[in-house]
Write a protein that binds this ligand. Structure first.
Ligand code: B3K
Ligand code: ZN
Length: 880
């Protein structure tokens, strides 16, 4: 817990560590009332450090210090200073061994950082600064050591004892206890340390690497989850193969382990050789997990596995470099998912997240560069900017270099920095050195926050056959940053002729063979490009594949958007044109009378999507999703959420009424024929069917209702069951909704992952998730204040997805959220700080809302003993 005013930490203050640790020898004695940790460190002065005879400073948090010995001699209390958060020994030799014994209480650890208990098992989470909650240590990623770990525990309660590396010893002890010793040959920062002890079942498989080594793959789960491991195991093997084929990366240890735990602050953690997962991000079966969950699990398993190279073998010098491993690894997992499924759909999903949530972050009070210059609490910087924008930055390098040079660059990066803790700049330099390209201006993407805005205008000179495109870039001010420099932006585009055919893009009139798509490189404030031999006024297809994380402003007409929806060879831009058209229609309706007309062209465009079975059905399934309320808010100047919600619902209802018969036909056409599969085609089928169902229930269609009830009872998979449940929950059929929810709960009450979905579908619904309903969910016996998934599925879904209810004009939603944040701040500050996010956006909303959001933030600010996590978010949000 915080004892003083939180301090700001600056990148510019970085100093190399004064001492290095070569080896760490750990012995854990695990008991029900606590754990004793014996640590012996082999320490030596860092030859690169300029300091002369610096004191040894070790980090610690919530530790009871039992003893300290230097080179085997016990130190007395006058030899060291235990400042609580630091253990300082003023004078130490050049090279020595330090033995420290600490006592900790995992059973009372509700922050879920360091060593804690979850469903009766011991587990750890050390990134970013959790290792200091286990023992005193220089808890920074540029101190890399070889770890040896002995775990001792009761044999019956904890038959499985795991840590990083290879198991080298095991045996029995007195009193029914046993031990196991693990040794990790690869030096690693302490944030990658992990320990697990529990009564778990083991699932085994093997993988033969490209050089012919057999790797032992193991998953450890609670016995009731034994049947839910296959998908993750298959995903792991696909990831291992893919990383060999696409990046030339082979796995290094002989064992790779995955453990599922129920109480976990985030999705998963890439500890060396021992990945720990939130149960909801690894366990799946057809009956209990939706298609989305299957895809998410595959992506997260891949992401954590890929970290073995991008993160573990080559790690971060300091936490300002977090995107070095996260941005690159998200880019790698998105390439993997694209290869495993539909690349266009994957791109649409990534861009949707980026444009709604990351752009909002980049335009809000917590905006920070991909490489931040300062922070108070590093846990607050595991953000969409570090992860998703960071991945977009790597993607742009890939676009600028092309796949071959990019691969040369990544090979050089891994070879040059293997075993080192490095910076984002080292990554860019490897890309430069391998490709010969100058990326100095490109580096601004790491330094400047804010989403660049590209304003595009064009003119067509019919006489000359020249089409001129002018692109101006501006980057908005963000906290602490003004007057930004133009960035280096790859801008992919194509031009379509009046017949819908792509035109050759001749940048010079004498260019013979011209491509129909080009990547223009923007480096200045304004650029004008001329395209020659253009027969008639073209329709531009701008920023294809979303080639840069920017906003584009161009005066599209609805005709142009409809034309692009039908003809653009870039699937992503077809989808984007549809989104822009729908946004335009919805925006015009906001605040207008209920009988205002809705453009019939939108209806016809959607009719074509629903009825034309020759179209790519996976793309169609995405195109049918109207822009979300969150995205419409992001686009608004001063958002009135209930008005946005009404306008969007009116468009949905209008579409559903006009297309009613086509929707029923679409539903019937998409019936499942074969066994359940998670392929793009099958996912699209289920998505289309469930979209049709949802729309029919929006208009209280009795046939739709009957279809939903039948689907709910007969579904053989969770996607269809959840699709029907969601449709009923969001409908006006109140009795059916209640019945459906009760039946569903009775069927799945023993499965926490499904109960989380059950909470979430209600909390996110404007029909079933009014504030009084949310309060009832919090009082439900299955709700658990210690379990982050439950908190997210009720409170997070309400504030993040049930936007009309959260933004109730009476301010009750805001006060409710503030109260929950204050309550959680004591038990789990990381989760509390995440939950504040919707309030931090107060400047986006119309004054009646924003003033009440500010009051809610003030209410949190005034809580006694506020954690550093929440302090930082709340103070930055209220500032300025
Ligand atoms: N590296 C972890 C995230 C750790 C978050 C710590 N607050 C998971 C991941 O990104 O792979
Ligand atoms: Zn990661």
């Amino acid at each position: 817990m915080r004892t003083s005013q939180p301090q700001t930490i600056y990148l510019s203050d970085y100093k190399v560590p004064a001492y290095l640790v070569d080896t760490v020898d750990l012995r854990f004695e695990l008991f029900e009332d606590g754990a004793r940790v014996h640590s012996t460190l082999a320490i030596r002065r860092n030859p690169d450090s300029q300091e002369s005879a610096p004191p040894l400073e070790l980090d610690g948090d919530s530790l009871v210090l039992e003893s300290v010995a230097l080179d085997g001699t016990a130190l007395s209390e006058s030899d060291y200073e235990n400042r609580g958060e630091q253990l300082v020994i003023r004078s130490v030799p050049e090279r020595f061994s330090l033995s420290v014994v600490t006592w900790i209480e995992p059973q009372n650890n509700t922050r879920l950082e360091g060593l804690y208990k979850s469903s009766g098992m011991f587990c750890t989470q050390c990134e970013a600064e959790g290792f200091r909650c286990i023992t005193f240590f220089p808890d920074r990623p540029d101190v890399m050591a070889r770890f040896r770990t002995r775990i001792e525990a009761d044999q019956k309660a904890y038959p499985v004892l795991l840590s990083n590396g290879n198991d080298v010893d095991r045996g029995e002890l007195d009193d029914g206890r046993h031990f196991m010793t693990w040794e990790d040959p690869f030096p690693k920062p302490c944030y990658l340390f992990a320990l697990v002890a529990g009564d778990l079942v083991e699932k085994r498989d093997t993988f033969t690497t490209c050089s012919g080594r057999d790797i032992d793959l193991r998953m450890y789960v609670e016995p009731r989850n034994a049947e839910k491991c296959d998908h993750a195991m298959d995903s792991l093997k696909r990831s291992m193969r893919w990383d060999e084929e696409v990046y030339g990366r082979e796995y290094d240890l002989d064992i790779f382990m995955i453990v599922a735990v129920d109480d976990f602050n985030m999705g998963a953690m890439e500890n060396k050789g021992l990945n720990i997962f939130n149960s909801s991000c690894v366990l799946a079966s057809q009956e209990t997990a939706t298609d989305m969950a299957f895809q998410r699990i595959e992506a997260i398993v891949a992401h954590e596995y890929f970290h073995n190279w991008s993160g573990n073998r080559v790690t971060c010098r300091d936490w300002f470099q977090l995107s070095l491993k996260e941005g690159f690894t998200v880019f790698r997992d998105s390439q993997f998912s694209a290869d495993m499924g539909s690349p266009t759909v994957k791109r649409i999903e990534d861009v949707t997240l980026l444009r709604t949530a990351q752009f909002a972050e980049d335009g809000g009070p917590m905006a920070h560069p991909v490489r931040p210059a300062s922070y108070m609490e590093i846990s607050n910087f595991y953000t969409l900017t570090i992860y998703e924008k960071g991945a977009e930055v790597v993607r742009m390098i890939h676009t600028l270099l092309g796949p071959e040079l990019f691969r040369k660059g990544s090979d050089l990066y891994f070879q040059r920095h293997d075993g080192q803790a490095v910076t984002t700049d080292d990554f860019v330099r490897a890309m430069e050195d391998a490709s010969g390209r100058d990326l100095s201006q490109f580096r601004l993407w790491y330094e400047q926050a804010g989403t660049p805005m590209l304003t595009v205008s064009d003119e067509f000179d019919e006489g000359q056959g020249v089409y001129r495109l002018t692109i101006e870039q501006t980057i908005p001010d963000t906290p602490g940053q003004t007057n930004k420099k133009p960035q280096h932006i790859p801008f992919a585009l194509g031009l379509l002729g009046s017949d819908g055919q792509p035109l050759p893009l001749r940048l010079a009139s004498d260019e013979a063979e011209a491509p129909t798509e080009r990547v223009l490189e923007l480096t200045e404030g304004v650029h004008t490009f001329e395209f020659h031999d253009i027969p008639s006024e073209p329709v531009p297809s701008l920023l294809r594949h979303f080639s840069a994380p920017v906003r584009v402003r161009y005066p599209w007409t609805r005709e142009q958007l409809l034309f692009l929806m039908n003809h653009d060879p870039d699937g992503f831009n077809r989808w984007d044109a549809g989104q822009r058209l729908a946004v335009d229609v919805i925006q015009r309706l906001i605040g207008s009378p209920d009988d205002a007309a809705i453009d019939p062209r939108l209806v016809e465009a959607y009719r074509k999507l629903i009825t034309d079975t020759d179209l790519d059905q996976a793309l169609v399934a995405k195109m049918l999703q109207l822009p979300s309320e969150a995205y419409l808010i992001e686009l608004a100047e001063s958002a009135d959420v209930p008005a946005i919600h009404r306008a969007r619902e009116r468009v949905l209802e209008h579409l559903a009424e006009a297309l009613r018969d086509d929707l029923v036909a679409c539903y019937q056409r998409q019936q499942e024929t074969g066994p359940y599969e998670v392929t793009p085609a099958a996912i699209a089928r289920r998505s289309l069917r469930n979209t049709a169902l949802g729309w029919l229930l929006m208009i209280n269609d009795d046939e739709g209702r009957a279809l939903a009830v039948r689907q709910l009872n007969e579904a053989d998979n969770m996607t269809d069951r959840m699709g029907a449940l969601r449709a009923l929950v969001n409908s006006d059929y109140e009795a059916d909704r209640r019945q459906a929810l009760d039946d569903f709960y009775d069927r799945f009450r023993d499965d926490p992952q499904v109960v989380e979905q059950w909470f979430s579908v209600q909390a996110a619904s404007d029909r079933a998730g009014q504030l009084s309903d949310i309060e009832q969910l919090l009082a439900h016996p299955a709700f658990d204040w210690k379990n982050p998934n439950k908190i997210r599925s009720v409170i997070g879904s309400f504030a993040g997805q049930n936007l009309a209810a959260f933004h109730n004009p009476d301010g009750s939603g805001y006060r409710f959220l503030a109260d929950q944040v204050c309550r959680l701040d004591d038990s789990n500050p990381q989760i509390a700080a995440r939950l504040v996010t919707p309030l931090t956006r107060w400047r986006k909303f119309a004054p009646a809302y924003s003033s009440q959001m500010q009051s809610a933030l003030e209410r949190i600010r005034d809580k006694d003993g506020l954690s550093r996590d929440v302090y930082e978010v709340v103070h930055k949000s209220l500032a300025g």
